[in-house]
Unconditional design. Structure first.
Length: 231
């Protein structure tokens, strides 16, 4: 369960690649198209409107998913990731603002069609509808901070927990540091696959050697280690 295009690779790309190599079928649902995300300088010839950027990031996600080996991909709000009896809808990126260099918070201009503007019940029911169809043995989602506080990540955490309870489905949360209750995966040998998937997200990150350069200029090592905590 992820909020925006590129989250699947940044947060879980190495884990997805490892699962696929072990013969595990991985399915992905993404909540929004990342319409309000920043754009890497020079990655596009002109500033796109939100609809054009949505299409670009849909294509980037499709390419990255193929590289990672994801078998099925869904958009939240579109059947089968839509509660029964309701017409399809598109959840928009809610935006964010930086509280600290590492912690995000709400945007001051959230739109009515944003993910966080929808009721928690609606988002939960959409996820539960997909779980009923996909029937996963395990759902992987964010922790209660959404990783770094982005409102869409937090909303996906809350809805994922509720949907898994509703459907009696096992849930594991993504964590960034080892701990006593964490199953930790060191997957450095998956770096070439993760790097290739990150390159597919060219409007969001730039890969330089073994580092990622984000749209704001922040650098980090290509992520290959991740933990899971049973919820």
């Amino acid at each position: 369960m992820h909020a925006h295009p590129d989250d699947e690779t940044l947060a879980t790309g190495a884990l997805i690649s490892e699962m696929v190599a072990r013969g595990i079928r991985v399915q992905l649902v993404t909540a929004t198209r990342g319409e309000r995300g920043e754009i890497v300088a020079g990655s596009l010839t002109a500033e796109p409107d939100p609809e054009t950027l949505s299409e670009i990031r849909e294509n980037e996600l499709s390419a990255a998913s193929t590289i990672l080996g994801i078998s099925d991909r869904y958009w939240l709000g579109t059947a089968p990731a839509r509660m029964n009896g309701q017409t399809d809808r598109r959840y928009r990126d809610s935006g964010m603002s930086w509280i600290t260099p590492e912690l995000a918070g709400p945007s001051p201009d959230v739109t009515p069609d944003a993910l966080v503007s929808a009721s928690l019940d609606e988002v939960t029911n959409d996820l539960a509808a997909l779980i009923d169809v996909a029937r996963p043995s395990l759902v992987v989602g964010y922790d209660n901070a959404g990783g770094y506080g982005h409102p869409d990540h937090v909303r996906m955490h809350d809805a994922t927990v509720a949907a898994c309870r509703m459907t009696n489905t096992a849930l594991a949360e993504i964590v960034a540091k080892p701990g006593d209750d964490i199953e930790w995966f060191d997957l450095e040998y998956r770096e070439p696959t993760v790097a290739a998937a990150l390159r597919a997200h060219a409007t969001q990150v730039r890969v330089e050697g073994d580092e990622i350069v984000h749209s704001g200029g922040q650098r980090q090592a290509i992520p290959t280690s991740v933990g899971l905590r049973a919820r």
